[in-house]
Ligand binder design. Structure first.
Ligand SMILES: *[C@@H]1O[C@H](CO)[C@@H](O)[C@H](O)[C@H]1NC(C)=O
Ligand SMILES: *[C@@H]1O[C@H](CO)[C@@H](O)[C@H](O)[C@H]1NC(C)=O
Length: 192
């Protein structure tokens, strides 16, 4: 009988580690290439969504609240440094009591010193029809006094997985005293 050499012992250890790694690969992996259809992703399509966004600051039931602001003694004429948190209704028509299609949930912050320019970081969480439960994520700049503002749609969930596109925001009505606003949104997104 041959006496096991150091080499053969090392090979045995090496191969047993190698085979256990191969077996483990069945349930654990770091990355692999898969087919889009296996994930239920067939043909990419372009959708156009249209709704009205209600940002209500006044009255008994505001939908956006101030959560932070810059030192008030240095108050900026453009609101720079103000941070708001919103849970704003999205409706079918411009009236608040029109059919609810979702909510715009997130943060908008006054991020410009020379004009009213918002940083918008929000999810449009839809609750109506086939898009009930699906969301679109917005990350953009909103110069609220421009006629039309373009905000990127950077992603989505549910039926909007892999979404990308843009939203065009146009002020429908604004109360300049309390800053309540109704904004018309046209959203164009590619998704599956
Ligand atoms: C606000 O700003 C003023 C003027 O710069 C300063 O004197 C004051 O200490 C600041 N207050 C706070 C709470 O930072
Ligand atoms: C949307 O989905 C939720 C949760 O599944 C359900 O409770 C609700 O009734 C649905 N709304 C509409 C308008 O279909």
């Amino acid at each position: 009988m041959a006496i096991p050499t150091t080499f053969s012992i090392l090979s045995l250890i090496f191969f047993s580690i190698f085979s256990s790694l191969t077996l483990a690969e069945d349930s654990h992996f770091f990355h692999k290439t898969i087919s889009p259809t296996q994930q239920g992703l067939h043909k990419e399509k372009l959708s156009h969504l249209h709704f009205y966004f209600h940002d209500i600051l006044g009255g008994p039931k505001p939908t956006a609240v101030n959560v932070a602001q810059a030192n008030m003694t240095n108050k900026s004429p453009t609101g720079f440094g103000t941070v708001m948190l919103a849970d704003d209704p999205l409706t079918f028509g411009p009236e608040l009591d029109s059919k609810l299609v979702g909510k715009a949930q997130g943060i908008y912050a006054y991020a410009a010193q020379d004009q009213v320019g918002l940083l918008m970081v929000m999810n449009f969480a839809f609750t109506e029809g086939k898009y009930n439960g699906s969301t679109l994520s917005v990350l953009g700049r909103n110069t609220v006094f421009s006629a039309v503002r373009e905000l990127p749609i950077v992603g989505g969930s549910g039926l909007f997985r892999f979404a990308r596109g843009y939203a065009l925001a146009k002020t429908h009505t604004i109360d300049l005293k309390i800053l309540d606003a109704v904004v018309e949104y046209n959203v164009y997104v590619f998704h599956y």
